[in-house]
Design a protein around this ligand. Sequence first.
Ligand code: GTP
Ligand code: MG
Length: 313
Amino acid sequence: MSEEEIAKLPGVGPAILDKLREAGYNDLMMIAVDSPRNLAELTEIGEATAAKIIAAAKKAADVGGFETGDVILERRKTVAKLGSCSKALDELMGGGFETRAITEFFGEFGSGKTQLCHQMAVNTTKPVADGGLDGHTIMIDTEQTFRPERITQMAEASELDPDEVLKKIHVARAFNSHHQTLLVDKAFETAKEFPVRLIVVDSLTAHFRAEYIGRGALAERQQMLNKHMHDLLRFGDVHNAVIAVTNQVSAKPDAFFGDPTRPIGGHIVGHTATFRIYLRKSKGGKRIARLIDSPNLPEAEAVFMVSEAGISD
Ligand code: GTP
Ligand code: MG
């Protein structure tokens, strides 16, 4: 549908359509809101041609104007919430993890980021009445920490059929940051076939941190991360899906951000994530989650457990 609309733009022939597709432009709006310079760079077409295509896309797309609060409230009503299996954590989140928003878990190794992502994937398969979304999950696994065995344990603890749950979790390993970003396009394809209601990127930042080293690379890294996160937001919007990403705080001072308790990814990740949850370990399997940044919820803490059965109070 979207691609057909792009193909109809004046000045877009099959060759340019291919270039646009390869650069990840699969939606009229993506073109309409881009700058000629960026589009030209990504697609390797001339800047003048890019400007013409953008102008045409602006005309064809409904770039939108202002909306009144009541219209926005109506749309907010379609936002669904995914449970975590911890009442305290759900309460912290105002009833669960919201769709159409990015929730970022950050914390040091072993703080429970990956465990939470596994639990969310299991819970997504549950019916809405049980805190689920009756849907499938896409997992972009950058550290190869997805464990089907953990899914089985968590599914059994929730009295779900593990095989059915595993069939609803679509996992792809991302080998580098570029591959990671391309997998979001793949996610759009998978979502044509399955009702995907959760997309996880665990870890969002690890590849970026490993690949873009030194001050000179910082701007480019942030630019790539920014685009990646906006692609994820778009996925969440189109599919009314929860977006969960993880981010490790460095135990050692980061080259860019001296403070070891600050999440990597700097202000780009922080500003684009809708909810940021800082996780830390406590005694006896306990974890403390602190909601740091939210547009509508107070800053507060919740205590939950990580055990063989998964997340619980
Ligand atoms: P990094 O990815 O290394 O940054 O850490 P993370 O925040 O993703 O940590 P993760 O979610 O993988 O948490 C790992 C911790 O969860 C372990 O150290 C255990 O404390 C706990 N855990 C994982 N599996 C089990 C389990 O089967 N039983 C119990 N009791 N705890 C578990
Ligand atoms: Mg992890």
